[in-house]
Design a protein around this ligand. Sequence first.
Ligand code: NAP
Length: 307
Amino acid sequence: MVHKIALVGIGKIAVDQHIPAITNNPDFELSATVSRHASIDGVESYTSLDDMLEKRPDIGIVSLAIPPQPRFDYAVKALRAGRHVMLEKPPGQSLAECYALEKMAQEKGVSLFATWHSRFADSIPAAKDWLKSRTIKRFRITWKEDVRRWHPGQEWIWEPGGLGVFDPGINALSIMTEILPYDVHINAAKLEFPSNRDTPIAAHLAFTNPDNAVMDAVFDWRQEGPQTWDIDIETDQGEMKMSSGGAKLSIDGKSIVEGSDHEYANLYAQMHTLVQNRASDVDLSPMIHVCDAYALGKRITIAEFEF
Ligand code: NAP
């Protein structure tokens, strides 16, 4: 069965990833878009979600590719209308919002998918498998990128609920929570806030873990030149390096996975499976770490930052 889907928010990630992933998947038909300013040639477009939900009862799935701040209200409308919902990451701007959506989907008997695209990177299964039988001694996430390059003009990332540097950092946390064989929690955090912004531009997080390994994460949005999305892990039986956001993996210096970009194709394949089974997939563990970082973080105010 081909599922009719509406894509909400025709911005950067919709154009870069969602539209190609949907149109290349024979299980889906991109039947409508909802966007206040944009549309796609050949696809019916709406400027209001209410309007789309009323006029297109045949569209069973709504995929939300808008920023986190407005996402809850959009998701509630779609769920109330009995549609399956796919959420871009992060799944909301607060944990309570996400729990409320999960409950609502359950009550309505529809699928809710809180997506974590980085978990669908090529090296994740191999990394998870390798770590299963090892003791970790050192685990370091280094996620350093240039906000001016990746988020040009996106003011929402600096506004409350926009997560700041945790917008990319939560991708690393989604990988960490997927590949580690146990749960960890933050014991200390340091967050750097530009004096003119409401969200952090850099963060350092330290984690308590059962191996007593030195485990931390460094996020920074001020990196010019080469960009870094690495996880380096030292164990009792060798060293593993994940790079390019989880696309590549090497063990003891030997390349094991040289992946390419299938993350969004895999996300939509998973959504198809969830809808077929009337199941949901809502893992909030990466979001819990972000909320704990805000709760435990020492706040450091630094110089103003302009795009
Ligand atoms: P974006 O381009 O700034 O925004 C996406 C679209 O959302 C906009 O074009 C806008 O469309 C709509 N929108 C913005 N503010 C809104 C509001 N207050 N109410 C309703 N609609 C609003 O953002 P993006 O980069 O695509 O990111 C969207 C989500 O995808 C974020 O959660 C982000 O973390 C995630 N994501 C982004 C990337 C990336 O590389 N950019 C990668 C992975 C995941 P209209 O104004 O036309 O309605």
